[in-house]
Design a protein around this ligand. Structure first.
Ligand SMILES: [Ca+2]
Ligand SMILES: [Ca+2]
Ligand SMILES: [Ca+2]
Ligand SMILES: [Ca+2]
Length: 456
């Protein structure tokens, strides 16, 4: 019995010393410089621990690796003894995923004691930290690397460089913002996001530039759109940019179709950002993509649509159904609540071949456009709105009102038939007693005689 007990005690002591040793090793590791010049020889460290290294020559490259157990937002930090007098950077740091694709990158200034990467989304798996010299090579300066993870935030997940691998995002309401963190490393990166729209409405896209690692970003909008030509195609329909100096950029409003999928791609220079999409359900918005006749939105018979010219390349087509011998008025106006600066909206009405069927006009901030449609054969026509020489990305409204019988191409018989005799006679009866009835009858008879003799 005593023997067993003492054996267990020894075993316990051994286990204790081993676990202490492994903790001490992980928490205070030092690189194995001879082997860690390639990813396969990377020195391993755990999230929450640190590893120490040194750039031993201008050609030295040091690889380290850590494992993310559960996806989250990762920050890699490099610390060193800051040299207040020094200028330039001591270290260039890249974080790579298992396929050795860069997911974040940053440089460590010589006079900064601690520099962190922009936070980047990391799916579970292995990651590498690659350190090379900065603009200055000081072989005496040690650096210490650590990684931290926050598993309770929304972020992109690499690789999301194609539409097929887009990071799916939840829509925000103005009361609950769902902000997704993304990064663009120095190496080429495209970040695709996708979201579903169940019911028609409009969205705004917001981008917050990282306060420490702001970049220049370009965003492009894309959707899988169904046209009247029987084709369902990928369509790009808008672009906007975020400059390094910007803190938050809000896109112009975008009308979106129900039961559809939209995509945003982000490219740019090295930096971090947060992206969110605010959605509002609304049945009176245009629905992009509507840039060609085949993808025209249908204009409602009454009321109007709210729309925007998103950028100078945006074109908005609206289909209208013209009935035989009926007049219409197409109206396009800057929405006075949102349009307070200059802007021009070029408006035309075209047939199915894109040929103009009425005079083209330009609406401005202060002057709406009204185009009368008369003498058209029955069929489908299209109102086309595009930017004039001054782009304004605020709202315009577009409508097409039925203005009753079109008499421009009618025969005399058709003209007589089109008159609403009952209304005319009722009004006429009301006038009797107030006016010189005999004179009116005489004038009417004279007019009819003149009209008939003019017809030969
Ligand atoms: Ca990215
Ligand atoms: Ca990406
Ligand atoms: Ca538009
Ligand atoms: Ca459009």
């Amino acid at each position: 019995m005593k023997k067993v007990k003492s054996f267990l005690a020894v075993l316990m002591a051994l286990i204790m010393s081993m676990s202490f040793a492994s903790v001490a090793f992980a928490a205070d590791a030092t690189e194995t410089d001879a082997a860690n010049g390639v990813a396969s020889g990377a020195d391993v460290f755990a999230v929450g621990d640190t590893v120490t290294g040194k750039i031993n020559s201008a050609e030295d490259t040091d690889y380290f690796s850590f494992t993310v157990e559960k996806s989250g937002l990762v920050t890699v930090t490099v610390e060193h003894a800051a040299n207040a007098e020094a200028v330039g950077t001591y270290f260039t740091v890249e974080v790579l995923d298992e396929a050795e694709k860069a997911v974040a990158s940053f440089a460590v200034a010589a006079n900064a004691a601690s520099v962190s990467s922009p936070a980047f989304g990391a799916a579970a798996g292995k990651y590498f930290v690659k350190v090379t010299k900065g603009s200055v090579c000081d072989t005496t300066v040690e650096y210490k690397i650590s990684a931290a993870i926050d598993t309770d935030v929304l972020c992109e997940y690499e690789t999301n460089d194609t539409r097929e691998k887009a990071t799916e995002i939840e829509l925000s309401s103005i009361y609950a913002l769902k902000k997704y963190s993304g990064t663009v490393p120095a190496a080429e990166d495209v970040d695709y996001y996708k979201f579903n729209i169940a019911k028609p409405g409009y969205i705004y896209i917001f981008v917050e530039n990282d306060a420490a690692f702001g970049g220049n970003f370009a965003l492009e909008l894309e959707t899988y759109s169904e046209g009247s030509n029987g084709l369902t195609e990928w369509k790009k329909f808008g672009k906007f940019e975020v400059a390094k100096a910007d803190t938050t950029v809000k896109s112009p409003c975008i009308g979106v179709a129900g039961n559809s999928e939209y995509y945003i791609s982000v490219t740019g220079t090295e930096g971090g950002y947060k992206l969110y999409v605010v959605y509002v359900e609304d049945a009176t918005s245009e629905a992009e993509y509507n840039d060609t006749i085949a993808y025209a939105n249908v204009l409602p018979k009454t009321g109007f649509l709210y729309s925007t010219i998103f950028d100078k390349n945006d074109v908005d087509y609206y289909a209208i159904e013209v009935a035989a011998k009926t007049k219409y008025t197409v109206k396009v106006a800057a929405e006075p609540k949102t349009v307070t600066t200059d802007g021009k909206w070029k408006v035309s009405v075209v047939n199915g071949k894109g040929e103009s069927v009425a005079s083209t006009a330009t609406a401005t901030k202060d002057k709406a456009v009204e185009i009368e449609l008369t003498g058209l054969e029955a069929g489908k026509y299209y109102v086309k709105v595009e930017s004039g020489d001054v782009l304004n990305t605020n709202f315009y409204t577009v409508e097409c009102a039925d203005n009753g019988a079109d008499t421009s191409n009618m025969t005399f018989k058709e003209l007589l038939q089109s008159i609403k005799w009952k209304t005319l006679l009722d009004n006429f009866a009301g006038w009797i007693g107030q006016v010189n009835f005999q004179k009116i009858v005489k004038d009417i008879v004279a007019s009819i005689v003149a009209l008939i003799s003019s017809m030969g």
